[in-house]
Design a protein around this ligand. Structure first.
Ligand SMILES: [Zn+2]
Length: 155
């Protein structure tokens, strides 16, 4: 019996695993400093038009700036994952805002301002039995909004 789990990424080249762990892959322009995700298909920077893009690891952590919980699967074949699911924007410290799915087990803990960690989950299993994986953002344990301190009333 074949116990090997066959996997493939939903899209190639979005993330990498190295000694430092899981990280998204992006480009940074050495001339103007702009950061891009995913990596640019063309070699020039769309802001300064120089050909000075360098591949960088964007790191494993960011901060949720917005999200939506989707209760009904969208029409068409572009999304084959489970519902409900959450999709949102995460700011990474290197200076880039990345759109992506949130970890499906943590929908109740999602909040704007909390720190999330990059992880990879199976989005769906294809008709051929292939586990199709994508990157997702998972709230850190005991995740708290960074803005909560400011929102508390003063004693
Ligand atoms: Zn540039």
């Amino acid at each position: 019996m074949d116990n090997i789990r066959h996997t493939r990424p939903l899209a190639e080249g979005f993330w990498t695993v190295s000694d430092g762990g899981l990280s998204l892959l992006g480009h940074r322009c050495a001339s103007c400093g702009e950061v891009f995700f995913p990596r640019r298909k063309h070699s020039h920077c769309p802001h300064c038009f120089r050909q000075t893009l360098e591949e960088i690891n964007l790191g494993p952590e960011g901060c949720i700036v917005s999200f939506s919980i989707v209760m009904i699967a969208p029409a068409g074949e572009f999304y084959r994952g489970p519902v409900p699911y959450a999709y949102g924007c995460v700011d990474f410290p290197v200076g880039v805002r990345i759109k992506g799915l949130m970890a499906r087990d943590d929908l109740d803990t999602l909040d704007v301002g909390i720190t999330v960690t990059l992880t990879v989950e199976t989005l769906y299993v294809s008709d051929e039995g292939m586990h199709v994986e994508t990157f997702v953002f998972k709230p850190q344990k005991n995740a708290e909004r960074k803005s909560d301190e400011a929102a508390k009333p003063h004693a």
